[in-house]
Ligand binder design. Structure first.
Ligand code: NDP
Length: 325
């Protein structure tokens, strides 16, 4: 059996955290031969609920669960962490402007970045799920000057998976057969789900669907899927968000299949003319625990417009938190 790795989860007693803990302990994220230590962070008022999560984790007797740490101290939660899933975030309150939301979250993600900088493994792989995820990742990264900036990523895999599901339904293909989906940009309603390269069993899918459906139905459906789930379920998506976070880390750690890629929000290198440094979702190939942006794809006029619009939003978000960077 391998040595255990340390997985930190923030907001671990929340909806998404509650799903994540059990899936990770079951081996869904890092494989059936990789023991894990879960290092769970919550705010002090939620420590009681977190204790309940720890009790259930113990009761489930997962063979791969080597230990569980529950704490309200980020320095403890991130100690030697190999993976950090930053889920806990401040939700938007009534009447709150986006700038206020960004500033409030800066107070969470700045200190967490510093704690990662001071205590985590030098190779820690950080995934930010808590919204506004891309800019929260940027804030955490800025507070961690001793870590490689590439270690900080944000989640657009749920959007990627949602896009696969929508295209599968339209084309009658199974979602698992569809490769080369792309989400560009921000995990927000400006994201650009791009099916131009999508294929199933070697066959391109874009030519088979009507452009009107793609532009007027598919793109808004993916962008607004979160709101549709809240309307239907009376609560925000949690199991699918946790599942996609697991997919993101699994791809990054264990690799992407040949001939496919995944969408990850990563520090822009300037690829596709996007402002360097912002955390922008790109198609990425993963291998040997590293990711690289897929470069050289064709960008048509419609795509350019969409890619630039979501980039503009990320630049504005960066402006709004400039004092924290
Ligand atoms: P959830 O577990 O449902 O959501 C957590 C975060 O994930 C939110 O910011 C949410 O954004 C975001 N998110 C990203 N993608 C999705 C998606 N597709 N669907 C739903 N959510 C998504 O929130 P809870 O309120 O249940 O739990 C949050 C926990 O975090 C609480 O237990 C709280 O105590 C804790 N917390 C911990 C902190 C810490 O560890 N320092 C700091 C702050 C909170 P959105 O709001 O936009 O849906």
């Amino acid at each position: 059996m391998k040595q255990p790795v340390r997985v930190a989860i923030t907001g671990a007693a929340g909806q998404i955290g509650y799903q994540l803990c059990f899936r990770i302990a079951a081996g869904d994220m890092l494989g059936p031969d990789q023991p894990v230590v879960l290092q769970l962070l919550e705010i002090t008022p939620a420590l009681g609920a977190l204790e309940g999560v720890v009790m259930e984790l113990k009761d489930a007797a997962f063979p791969l669960l080597a230990d569980v740490v529950a704490t309200d101290d980020a320095n403890v939660a991130f100690k030697d962490a190999d993976y950090a899933l930053l889920v806990g975030a401040k939700p938007r309150g009534p009447g709150m402007e986006r700038a206020d939301l960004l500033a409030e979250n800066g107070k969470i993600f700045g200190p967490q970045g510093r704690a990662l900088n001071d205590h985590a493994s030098r190779d820690v792989k950080v995934l930010v799920v808590g919204n506004p995820a891309n800019t929260n990742a940027l804030i955490a990264q800025a507070a961690a000057p001793d870590l490689d900036p590439r270690n900080f990523t944000a989640m657009t895999r749920l959007d990627h998976n949602r896009a696969l599901a929508q295209l599968a339904e339209k084309t009658g293909r199974h979602h698992a057969s569809i490769k080369k989906m792309i989400i560009w940009g921000n995990h927000s309603s400006t994201q650009y789900p791009d099916i131009r390269f999508a294929e199933s069993e070697g066959e391109g899918l874009a030519a088979g669907v009507d452009t009107g459906w793609y532009r007027d139905s598919f793109i808004p459906a993916v962008q607004q899927r979160g709101a549709a789930i809240i309307k239907a379920r009376g609560a925000s998506s949690a199991a699918s968000a946790a599942s996609s976070a697991i997919d993101h880390i699994r791809s990054w750690a264990l690799g992407t299949p040949d001939g496919d890629w995944v969408s990850m929000a990563v520090p822009s290198t300037g690829a596709y003319g996007i402002e360097p440094g912002i955390i922008y979702s790109y198609p990425c190939v993963c291998e040997g625990g590293n990711y690289r942006i897929v470069e050289g794809l064709d960008v048509d006029e419609f795509s350019r417009e969409r890619m630039d619009a979501t980039e503009a939003e990320l630049r504005e978000e960066r402006e709004a938190v400039a004092s924290l960077l």
